[in-house]
Design a protein around this ligand. Structure first.
Ligand SMILES: C[S@@+](CC[C@H](N)C(=O)[O-])C[C@H]1O[C@@H](n2cnc3c(N)ncnc32)[C@H](O)[C@@H]1O
Length: 271
């Protein structure tokens, strides 16, 4: 039996962009600042989704080639629609089998990806292989438990109504690489040197409850999959409860929710 390369359901680039891509653009700025490349050469965004990080890298480093790969063809197609003159260059591939020669990149990045890869050690080994000696290999993951308000609000409100929401939350939040210590251990136990980490801080600014809720229903990732499977009456029940949590005593309108992520980086030893 073959092992899947991804546990992330990714069927529509447009739906992902509405759901999360619009917010991962801000995270990409923080992440690129945390692990800015220190040597010349091209850059890799492994698990690029709809292109947030690759596009940010291409904007910040106009003289470098930037490559984005992802296993989800719909996301790669959407990302290619955002590229200018083939820059960044997006293609379909798995982070566990990167289609690049050894020591190609000045820096390799994985934003919100490593916890969705069933063989994360293999993905990290591949990112190290394709990075030049002296280059950095970096990842960031949401701090699901302590710092991702939009998901806490959804799962905790839903689990008060329907136990399988609690089970889905627990599975998603307790995946080892959705937590800081296992992420740091993965980096520290690899050949990378000078491993350091940080907490990155962004916000998700919703215009209204509809602006929060509708994008969740696009079928992408664990939240989208969970909502998709709900019978209409239960879905409405959960929507009502989540709406009350969103409103929190005030009329409908804008809400700004903190979204923090753990980031880790290490340097490939010089030969
Ligand atoms: C939460 S999304 C993050 C996308 C993008 N990096 C961003 O910040 O918006 C997770 C992404 O990881 C991708 N992914 C999961 N496993 C992968 C693998 N083995 N190789 C490449 N991409 C993978 C999914 O297809 C999806 O696009």
């Amino acid at each position: 039996m073959s092992i899947p390369t991804s546990t992330y359901v990714a069927t529509s680039g447009a739906a992902y962009q509405r759901f999360l891509g619009r917010w991962t653009e801000a995270l990409a700025q923080e992440f690129a600042g945390f692990a800015s490349p220190t040597m010349p050469g091209p850059l890799l965004d492994a698990g690029c989704g709809t292109g947030s990080l690759a596009l940010e890298l291409a904007r910040s480093f106009p003289d470098r080639d930037v490559f984005g790969i992802d296993v989800a063809q719909p996301y790669v197609d959407y990302a290619n629609g955002r590229a200018t003159g083939g820059r960044p260059a997006f293609s379909k591939a798995s982070a566990t089998a990167l289609p690049f020669a050894d020591a190609t990149f000045a820096a390799s990045y994985a934003q919100l990806v490593i916890n969705f890869i069933p063989q994360p050690q293999q993905a990290l080994a591949e990112m190290i292989r394709v990075t030049k000696p002296g280059g950095a290999v970096s990842a960031t993951i949401w701090d699901f438990r302590g710092g991702l308000v939009y998901q806490r609000l959804f799962w905790d409100a839903a689990s008060g109504i329907e136990p399988s929401a609690g089970a889905a939350r627990d599975k998603h939040f307790s995946t080892p690489l959705a937590k800081l210590d296992p992420l740091l251990d993965l980096w520290r136990q690899s050949p990378l040197r000078d491993v350091r980490f940080a907490s990155l801080h962004t916000r998700m600014d919703y215009a209204s409850f509809d602006d929060y809720w509708e994008p969740l229903t696009g079928g992408q990732g664990p939240v989208g999959v969970y909502i998709d499977a709900l019978a209409p009456a239960l879905r409405e029940n959960i929507r009502t409860q989540v709406r009350l949590a969103y409103l929190a005593g005030d009329p409908d309108g804008p809400r700004s929710m903190v979204a923090t992520a753990w980031a880790v980086t290490g340097t490939k030893a010089a030969r």
